[in-house]
Design a protein around this ligand. Structure first.
Ligand code: NAD
Length: 362
């Protein structure tokens, strides 16, 4: 297979972790006889420095021509002046829009070897393996009207949370399809006891569920879900929810695994690539970590695991994806750690060594 990937290394530790993911992908290519074509482009702070734009048109064009996009992270203190007209995050939002990415997927898997890294008790987190599917383009983050008016003491602000049937249905279809390849359970999260959008969400979720009789659906109120996530997280397989709830719950769920340096993500839309799979954007959930950038100590495993998700969902290469995930698990079982996940009795290594260790086990 020839896999055409646009690489957006971005800022801070982005280039350091992406370099290790590319190294692992090249090793997969050698092992399974695939050719990777990596095309690099600018996004975020580095793009602002070079072109004055967070998302130069050339970057959008390259991403639209690729089968999938691999991203490091964007942002940093250099570009964080709130008065600045152009900000790195605008590049990310613009790219999601240009690629029509409406679902953000975050798997949360707790590795046995890292159970101590979680702040929760071992018996609660052992065996956790869930996938959060968050709607990415609708709801309160984009609804109009949005804004504020008036002067103190009469200031007011408003946000609007619109959702259409079509937006809910496409997200739920994706959640059910993904559940079919897992433990066949979808937990649809809403606030149907209070919000009109949530009542529509629940109605449409069940209409979609009727088309997947082999998958179980349960409704969970968002407040209860936030509680169950730390009380009985093992009970979840796929969690499907709207934009704002998903933003909050996915960060809460991330902490079950202990470190941001371990968690991958994917954003998928309806556009298909030349291989007939969804063209996706794959990135670690962490940011550009300016505090450790350039030190060679960033944990590249989240980005390496993001590249495994890319092989699975944008290329249908399940065996190859599994082999990366197994190699990562072996590295952890062998007691190798980057600084962020280090514990007593483990050996602390840098980003490059970690990349090499994964390649070796592949
Ligand atoms: P961050 O995720 O960059 O860092 C939070 C903490 O986690 C830091 O102490 C950092 O050193 C550590 N950390 C993160 N990733 C790590 C890794 N791979 N290995 C080891 N340690 C790691 O979050 P932040 O500090 O709030 O944000 C820094 C910048 O990143 C900001 O400009 C923010 O806007 C941006 N950001 C970008 C994205 C993105 O590109 N998708 C996401 C979140 C934040």
């Amino acid at each position: 297979m020839n896999l055409k990937i646009t690489v957006l290394s971005g800022d801070g530790i982005g280039p350091e972790v992406v370099a290790q993911a590319i190294r692992v992908l090249n090793a997969v290519g050698r092992k399974f006889n695939h050719t990777f074509e990596f095309d690099h482009a600018l996004l975020g702070g580095c793009a602002i420095d070079a072109t004055g734009m967070a998302l130069p048109p050339e970057t959008t064009a390259k991403c639209q021509a690729a089968d999938a996009v691999l991203l490091g992270a964007v942002g940093g203190p250099k570009w964080s002046d709130p008065r600045a007209k152009v900000r790195p995050e605008q590049g990310l939002l613009g790219l999601r829009k240009a690629l029509g990415l409406f679902a953000n997927l975050r798997p949360v898997k707790v590795y046995d070897a890292l159970i101590d890294a979680s702040t929760l008790k071992a018996e609660i987190v052992r065996g956790v393996d869930m996938l959060i599917v968050r709607e990415l383009t609708g709801g309160a983050y984009f609804g109009q009207p949005q804004g504020r008016s008036g002067e103190a003491p009469h200031r007011q602000a408003v946000d609007t949370t619109p959702y259409s049937e079509a937006e809910i249905a496409r997200l739920m279809h994706m959640a059910f399809e993904l559940a079919r390849a897992r433990r066949r359970k979808v937990s649809s999260v809403d606030k149907a006891n209070v919000l009109a959008t949530s009542r529509l969400w629940r109605e449409v979720a069940h209409e979609v569920a009727a088309q997947y009789p082999d998958v179980q659906i349960e409704d969970v109120l968002v407040d209860a879900c936030s509680m169950y996530l730390i009380r009985s997280p093992k009970s979840y397989d796929v969690i499907a929810t709207e934009n704002l709830f998903g933003d909050i719950l996915s960060d809460e769920a991330a902490m079950l695994a202990g470190s941001m340096g371990m968690l991958p993500s994917a954003s998928l839309g309806e556009q298909l690539n030349q291989h007939g799979y969804r063209r996706g954007l794959y990135e670690p959930i962490h940011g550009s970590a300016p505090d450790i950038a350039g030190k060679g100590i960033a944990n590249p495993l989240a980005t390496i695991l993001s590249s495994a998700m890319m092989l699975r969902w944008s290329f249908g290469l399940e065996v190859e994806a599994n082999s990366i995930e197994r190699a990562v698990e072996q590295v952890l079982n062998d007691g190798l750690r980057c600084k962020d996940i280090a514990s007593q009795g483990t050996r602390v290594i840098g980003s490059e060594e970690m990349g090499a260790a994964v390649v070796e086990r592949l």
